[in-house]
Each structure stands twice: as structure tokens, then as C-alpha cells.
Ligand binder design. Structure first.
Ligand code: SF4
Ligand code: SF4
Length: 124
């Protein structure tokens, strides 16, 4: 896929976080309560500030934690619809550049990630 680095996906993010994502970001020196918001469904999501993900650097126009970003951000624009079907998020202008192989691979990893996040939410 050819990402245009337009950063639309960092605006008003609702990205779900696994325990692994949060532990990785904590090892980078961030406090969980500063970057995550717990939903009523027991699922933590990235926090926003001024309409952008807290890790978005508006001045530089980039993610401050790109190498440690949540797996959901890595797999984006592959997403899962409410009926469980793997889709390409229409918000991303470059979704059409995903190859069928990338779509299948990211879809497989996304299913696994969301299963993990759901299991973690059930334990809370
Ligand atoms: S919306 Fe798509 S093209 Fe834009 S930064 Fe995100 S992944 Fe890249
Ligand atoms: S963690 Fe980085 S890539 Fe993910 S939404 Fe935030 S700024 Fe964007």
C-alpha cells in the first residue's frame, strides 16, 4: 500500500488498544491514563486532544510514536465492519492501493487483534 501520510486516520481516532499496545507505549515513557480512554464496553481507545490523537504532532504532521504505534494503526486502513466482514476504511484515500495479499494478511492479523482486545475486555 502507498500511504499518502495525509494523517486523516489520526484525526478523532477511535483506535482500540490491546494490553500489548499499552505496555509498549508505557515502556516508551507514556502514562496509560494520558493516552488511553476506557470505554463503557471495557475497551481502551486512544485519547484525542484538540481533535487529534494524543500522539499526533500537528507541527511536524506526523505520529510521535510511529515505531511503537498501536497494531490497529499499523493494520489500518483495513478494518472490520459490524457484521464481522473485513473491509477497507473509506476514509483512507489510498485504500485502493492495498494489494489483495496485503488485505488478506492485514485482515487475518486484525481478526486476531480484535479477538485479543475482546478477551481482555471480558476479563476487566
Ligand atoms: S488515511 Fe490512509 S493515506 Fe492517510 S495517513 Fe492514514 S493510512 Fe495513510
Ligand atoms: S498512534 Fe500515531 S498513527 Fe495511530 S492514530 Fe495516533 S498519531 Fe495516528
Amino acid at each position: 500500500m502507498r500511504c499518502a501520510h495525509c494523517r486523516r486516520c489520526c484525526r478523532e481516532t477511535e483506535m482500540e488498544l490491546s494490553e500489548g499496545d499499552m505496555a509498549r507505549l508505557e515502556r516508551r515513557g507514556h502514562r496509560r491514563q494520558d493516552f488511553a480512554v476506557m470505554g463503557e464496553d471495557g475497551i481502551p481507545r486512544l485519547r484525542n486532544a484538540d481533535g487529534w490523537c494524543v500522539f499526533y504532532d500537528a507541527g511536524a504532521g506526523r505520529c510521535r510514536e510511529y515505531r511503537s504505534r498501536p497494531l490497529g494503526c499499523v493494520l489500518y486502513p483495513v478494518n472490520m465492519a459490524e457484521d464481522g466482514v473485513i473491509i477497507v476504511d473509506e476514509l483512507c484515500p489510498q485504500g485502493g492501493t492495498l494489494s489483495s495479499r496485503e488485505l488478506a494478511e492485514r485482515g487475518r492479523r486484525l481478526r486476531s487483534l480484535l479477538d485479543t482486545i475482546d478477551r481482555e475486555a471480558e476479563k476487566r
